[in-house]
Design a protein around this ligand. Sequence first.
Ligand code: MG
Length: 370
Amino acid sequence: MRIVRITVWRVALPFHKPYVYSGGRRTLHQLDAVLVRLETDAGLTGWGEGCPFGPTYAAAFAGGIEAGLAELAPELIGRDPCGIDAINRQMDERLPGHPYIKTALDMACWDLFGQAAEVPLATLLGGRTQEPVQLQSSLSTGAPEAMAADVQAARARGYRVHSSKLGGGDPAADIARVRAVAGSLQAGDSVTFDANGAWLPDTAMLVMNAVRDLPVYFEQPCASYEECRTVRGATVHPIILDESIDSLADVVRAHREGACELVGLKIGRVGGLTKARRIRDFCVEFGLRLNIEDTGSGGLGDAAAVHLAHATPRRQRRATVLYTEMVAGYLAPGQGVVNDGGYTAAPTALGLGVAPCADALGPPVATYAG
Ligand code: MG
């Protein structure tokens, strides 16, 4: 099987409700997804998606994906999409770094591989486990009462695991937020307070040590890995590293240095399912728990992440964000992954199991063919 044509679309996904980052640094109104369709000489078609969480969350933006695809897509024409490691090596040779640019192409190759092998991706990624995939909410920062109300609203939609963003500038205000949200939890609920790197180490220590009586998680307290490691040594709560994890090398170092107990594994940030799977395998082997999700999605990235999560042992996974719960414009109605009482399951159709209607995407922004 050979790739004969690659078509690219860019799609705007407006948030249902403006999303306020930790630190109140930015308010996002929409995500921009880039979709790719790989056509083959065997008649199979594979789909992939790259969707950064806006242009300011990380070193990634939709326009960068489009520009990067112009470099990479022509190189993949004529290649066998089932040789995914070889394709990743080729992409890394042609364009070192820039992992987020490669995610959509990698995902579409996995989709084709699954279709050719006549199995869902979860099978190729290790085998679907019995237990469904637990979902977590992703809630904006704000006034303590409003954040507690957001948790209640999320619980009404089935969520029992929550990720609440914090403020960043005023330790007393963040302590109030933590206490208000934690005080609104019910038995069986769990919450992570995600600072998205907004704190300096002293602020992180003040806030976290002031609530050391609470059984809660903290995520990415500071921007840099070194700052987070300093905080790790001076606090007691489990720490999730998210933005600091771009690669398997980052995870290996964090494990070796005892910098975290959990990893936020976002397939869009590490460069796709191929590299995410390697990180997942390392974490399973070395006892690190995982949040497996994407950086954003109109449907395809969520499905890919859930395939990987569903093929990961239950005790190793914490929870998964479905971005399609947060944005309008779901690209594959009637397919893919949905919130079913706070849980979801990997699609059972072959490959990725999600194929958007190309007619609904508008005109493509680029086409590459031999
Ligand atoms: Mg995070």
